[in-house]
Design a protein around this ligand. Sequence first.
Ligand code: GAR
Length: 208
Amino acid sequence: MSLKIAVFISGRGSNLNAIIQAIADKRLDATIQCVVSNDAEAPGLLIAKQHGIETFALDHKGMKRVEHERVILEHLKTYEIDYIVLAGYMRVISPSFLKQWHDERGYFKVVNIHPSLLPSFPGVSGYEDAFNYGVKVSGVTVHLVDEEVDRGIILAQEPFPRFPDDTLQTFCARGLSVEHALYPAVLQQIAKEGIRLTPKKTKVESKK
Ligand code: GAR
């Protein structure tokens, strides 16, 4: 099926751009219904606008998380959306938001790309943390979003080497080019086959 997505960004938007290019090149059967940002100044919003994609920016500063998310959710209801695609969205999404966005098996229909081989180096500076740690191999992870930050089911991982003469800059650039190939490919896989998972086990209450 053709995938209808909302892409969430906070900054540069190079992954958004890679997704747009993959759709244009017919490597990805998807439509971006809307690009959402928590920063009205995010450069990625311009990329969306240049391609005629609707944008919705709502600064989170000065707003409670639940209120910020409520307004975004309300806006998303005006579209038909299969998946929310986080592409450098630097906000934790709360369980109350996620619970309103789940499939019939209990999985949240939110995917994320993270700049490390999870579960190593979660958080906001994956490349920097891996580089400073001195890894010889790093990588990129695409995963389903869960209530726990950077802990959802892993859909794909792609490693890349750190070379002895790497600077943080060359290391990040290598990782980013991996991201730009991997994210559209995983989304295409979802468009083609969905996500093959067994239903989530419901918690069994223990008798006292
Ligand atoms: C990407 O490297 C992405 O993996 C990372 O932010 C960058 C966004 O770049 N995401 C995270 O760190 C999420 N915790 P982009 O705006 O150019 O796509």
